[in-house]
Design a protein around this ligand. Structure first.
Ligand code: DGP
Length: 120
């Protein structure tokens, strides 16, 4: 799937749509999910144009991958869930029901989380 820069997270990155920003650096932007599924539900997205984790892991530079991974850890810490625990989710493609075709990691926590997956 080719990257389309009309997706909503590309618009957030360009500042065309507001977000509840938690963190930003050279590699990543983090903001709270518009439809939270737990008391902490924050999204971390790379600055680069990647459709999904699969695309990112295949094409991003080592610096981007390393910087993004560090950003996820920093955001979890800022959201106060490091000690209590958190779950990372990265949906890729049709079977995962990925909605937004710009790679993002969900950080979920702030309370005990339900089972790993729910059937649609
Ligand atoms: P996924 O299914 O993994 O593609 O999750 C996309 C998430 O993005 C979903 O939890 C809702 C969230 N989302 C969609 N549009 C917006 C938006 O405009 N702002 C914010 N903050 N989150 C959004």
């Amino acid at each position: 799937m080719a990257y389309e820069d009309s997706n909503i997270f590309a618009k957030i990155l360009r500042g065309e749509i507001p977000c509840d920003k938690v963190y930003e650096d050279e590699f990543a932007l983090a903001f709270r999910d518009i439809n939270p599924q737990a008391s902490v539900h924050t999204l971390v997205i790379p600055k680069g144009a990647y459709v999904s984790f699969d695309d990112f892991a295949a094409k991003a530079s080592d610096a981007e991958i390393g910087g993004f991974s560090r950003a996820v850890q920093i955001v979890a810490s800022r959201e106060g869930v490091t000690d209590s625990g958190y779950r990372l989710i990265a949906n890729h493609g049709k079977h995962s029901f990925q909605e937004v075709p710009h790679f993002h990691v969900h950080i979920l926590g702030g309370e005990p989380l339900p089972g790993l997956i729910a059937r649609p």
